[in-house]
Design a protein around this ligand. Sequence first.
Ligand SMILES: [Zn+2]
Length: 230
Amino acid sequence: MVIRRRKVLASISIVLALAALSVIATHTVIAAVHAPTMPPAEALKLLLDGNQRFVAGKLEHPNQTPERRAEVAKGQHPFAAVLACADSRTPPEIIFDRGLGDIFTVRVAGNVADKVVIESLDYSVKHLGVRVVMVLGHRRCGAVIAAVEGHEGTADQDVGPMLSELRPAVEASKGMPGDPVENAVRENVKLVMKNLATSEELAAMVKSGDLKVVGGIYDLDTGTIEMLKD
Ligand SMILES: [Zn+2]
């Protein structure tokens, strides 16, 4: 009985030691990054509040004064990073009603995340203090339409880097009920969010709750953003 209890105690000690090591490892990784501009939940609220003002037509145009320009010329501490489509109708600074130095923006057709995009977002977190990263797809995305329409019969052809990046989303959404383009837009956002986690440090920060990676779909007609569930 005593021996058994000792064994149990030994097992518990090992589990606790491993847990402590894992916490230390996570914090060692996080300790190397820039201090947060603000906590993730607060940063996300700022983005969504700005979008509500945009939707309601009550824009405040914060941080767009010459004083702000002078302030951020000395250094930037954006509170959020947004990966959006290059589409001219989806500029993050406008649809979130923000100004200079607020959002670290990466824009590329189809809001795909190749290595350069991932590295850029990685930089904003590690070196600028960003603690919320939003992957923002949008409805009727031309890049996704091209990927969906061009998919059939091109499986073995070289379709170029953009369509190659979108192909996994088209594949993943194949056979789903509903509109193929809308489905592929959603799948693309989800896959891009997963791709961001290929950065070991970002993945550790997400796990510890220090960083939030969120996905949204922008509606061209209403200006609203539908947040995707985790
Ligand atoms: Zn687009």
